[in-house]
Design a protein around this ligand. Sequence first.
Ligand code: SAM
Ligand code: SF4
Ligand code: SF4
Length: 367
Amino acid sequence: MTEVRIPLHQLRSRPLTVPEGAAVQDALQRPLRDLRISVTDRCNFRCTYCMPKSVFGPGHRFLPQADLLSFEEITRTARAFVGLGVRKLRITGGEPLLRRELPTLVRQLAGLRTPEGLPLDLTLTTNGTLLRQHAAALAEAGLQRVSVSLDAMDDAVFRRMNDMDVGVAEVLEGIAAAQQAGLGPIKVNAVVQRGVNEQELLPLARHFRHRGIVLRFIEFMDVGASNGWRLDDVVPSAVLRERLHAAHPLHALDPSEPGETAERWAYDDGAGEVGFISSVSQAFCGQCNRARLSTDGRLFTCLFGHQGLDLRRWLRDGQTDDATLRAHIAGHWAQRSDRYSALRLADTPEAEWLRATQRVEMSYIGG
Ligand code: SAM
Ligand code: SF4
Ligand code: SF4
């Protein structure tokens, strides 16, 4: 029998004292630049690829209120990350707009500064249904941009995918409200699943062309343990891009920043930009500079993590100072060797172990 060596375990990390403002690198020399903060594990959708009703039904136990990090705890943690190199904060979930008083958190995060005294890039990912209500207050509180998820223009397809009978119009109204509030440039993300919504490629592209909105197609991923993922369900970005190019010719653009997940393309006729996120067919682990903070204060260094480092115990013990909190995060990042997507299909014992290990759900750590 092959001996399966378990990869370096996350929870073996030791605190690493670094001066504030010194960028930390992981075991594969990747810096820490981007922090995604999940503010709730709840959602008003039950997207079949993310929170299927069979798992997230009426009997599902979401986190109790007391387990959630408070806004002050989130902001303190974010400040520690900024001291280690983070320059981009993304608020996510679950559906982040379900968290009460969210503009208060936005205001606190918008007040953070880099060691050079600059504001951070502050964005939010949402399914868009509550944007009509909240866009103006979020912008006023200092949110810069939003990404909105929309998987189809066809109402019946979209209702089936969100499984809560929410129509496309509601999301489009949310996008319009965000545009009006100045939360742009807006990105719209569409997860593509073979046999479910791949026929929505052109309707989505045609709707968002000429509107100053960047549409991005995301390959369906095997996140969590609930969505019944099969490789056959993935339509590779290259296939989608060829189909789009045949109808609306495209040319490639340079990445706008290191570690960017989307390949950027532009329409030859000047209708704007479109992106492809090839998380399965072309893993981008080599450049991955993203950390994730779960709703209850665990630090995950990979979307496909199975265990996070509990930061909440230090936030709540009444004795851990900011430098020590930073040292715990730095030590954890320094030993990071995650590269799940690069290993996903590999025929090695490590890849086999990773595939077999229970992963946390995306609604809990945030997309
Ligand atoms: N509820 C918000 C939303 O839908 O935008 C924020 C959280 S959601 C987990 C973040 C992003 O993850 C969404 O764009 C969603 O489409 C994407 N996502 C969820 N499950 C996915 C999967 N299995 N494969 C690829 N993307 C997925
Ligand atoms: Fe909710 Fe977003 Fe997951 Fe859909 S993708 S179930 S909207 S968290
Ligand atoms: Fe980053 Fe993990 Fe995704 Fe690779 S699989 S890009 S390491 S989050």
